[in-house]
Design a protein around this ligand. Structure first.
Ligand code: BMA
Length: 372
């Protein structure tokens, strides 16, 4: 295990401004006047300021490449001996009052696992593949290009949308620790809006309508009294900062400048992926620098991890030089053998993943308590 021995040694080297895993400085969690969101922001700032990146995985402890539902399992844990520092969960289905999300993850289990992740020192993020409030079709149904317009102008649809958002807000507010205090999480709605594959995409609404969608979402969260959310904005790949910010809702609505950039098949080449990551993370980093926000690589991955050294030779160098607090790879589906983005024990990229885990720049769950 790299971690604790390395970190104990590193903690004694208290050189201000240096990167590396050291013990925490001001303990934000001790400051009772901070909201749970502010406590989380301080932790993520601390990770980023040290030049570290938290590894994240979608749906990590609820199913994996060959299993579903068991307790105490995780493909990441079974490969590298530690849970991811970040877990992503998807709220898709909560807006309908469903018991489970669109990938059959029961919401009660999701809540319990998110709390367990917090208690082991880790962090949780929530994306949301919501159905539309007009006819209830899924996020990917894009032929009706009036959904967002109707949310904003039709009072019946608008009220239905608010009910949907309220359900998401209430779930997020129900995430509390053993003392009953809410735990800070990342919420990342209306993602990849620079593409046109969701009903909130670039061909499905105008920039103005997209911004208003955020405002409406935020006003429901505010009216519910949500104080435990950092808001992440996450365009898909972009070529410039202007494109990155074209639909930006505004500094008052966003805490994290995110980016979703996938490596689409090794045959498309590492260079294409690296160039797309560079362009997009450059834009996110510059946007974050201008407004004092965090930066995160909110989704990435090579489906099926078809390159044995992907973790060490592609992903790690792609993030080099960008202050990303965390990187999330998507889920390891249990029912689609080729649909996985994380490691699993026995996969041909497992050695590379273990080296990625051992790299001093990456952070996993057991290391997070040293970065309070
Ligand atoms: C997609 C795929 C889908 C899944 C969705 C939401 O990228 O993984 O199978 O339903 O994310 O998790």
């Amino acid at each position: 295990m790299k971690t604790l021995a390395y970190m104990a040694a590193a903690a004694t080297i208290a050189i201000a401004g240096c990167t590396g895993k050291t013990s925490g400085t001001a303990d934000a969690a001790d400051n009772a006047s901070l909201t749970p969101a502010e406590v989380l922001r301080a932790r993520l700032d601390s990770v980023s300021a040290r030049g570290l990146v938290m590894f994240g995985h979608d749906d990590d402890p609820v199913y994996g490449h060959t299993w579903v539902g068991d307790s105490g399992r995780s493909d990441v844990l079974e490969t590298a001996g530690d849970y991811p520092a970040m877990m992503n969960w998807d709220l898709g289905g909560i807006e309908k009052g469903d018991a489970a999300n669109l990938d059959s993850v029961n919401f009660a289990r999701m809540r319990a696992e998110a709390i367990a992740q917090y208690e082991r020192g880790g962090v949780n993020a929530f994306s949301w593949h919501a159905v539309n409030p007009v006819d209830g079709q899924d996020s990917w149904q894009c032929s009706d290009t009036t959904i967002v317009a109707q949310i904003l102008t039709d009072s019946v649809v608008g009220a239905r949308f608010e009910d949907q958002v309220r359900r998401a807000a209430r779930f997020i507010m129900s995430l509390t620790d053993s003392t009953g205090s809410r735990i800070g999480v990342v919420f990342r709605p209306w993602h990849e809006h620079t593409g046109a594959w969701f009903w909130w995409g670039e061909r499905q609404c105008t920039p103005e309508q997209y911004r208003k969608l955020w405002e409406k979402t935020r006003s429901v969260f505010d009216s519910e009294g949500v104080d435990n959310v950092l808001w992440a904005y996450s365009p898909d790949r972009v070529k410039s900062i202007d494109e990155y910010l074209e639909r930006y809702p505004g500094d008052e609505y966003v805490d994290i400048m995110g980016a979703d950039v996938y490596h689409y098949g090794a045959e498309k080449g590492v260079d294409t992926y690296r160039a797309a990551v560079d362009a997009t993370l450059s834009a996110a980093t510059e946007a974050a620098r201008r407004s004092g926000k965090l930066v995160a690589f909110t989704e990435t991955g090579l489906e099926g991890v078809t390159m044995d050294n992907w973790w060490t030779d592609v992903l790690l160098p792609a993030m080099e030089g960008y202050p990303v607090a965390y990187v999330v790879v998507w889920r390891n589906a249990h029912d689609k053998p080729e649909h996985f983005f994380g490691p699993w024990r026995g996969h041909s990229s497992a050695d590379s993943f273990r080296r990625f885990h051992a790299d001093p720049r990456t952070v996993f769950a057991s290391e997070m308590n040293l970065i309070r």
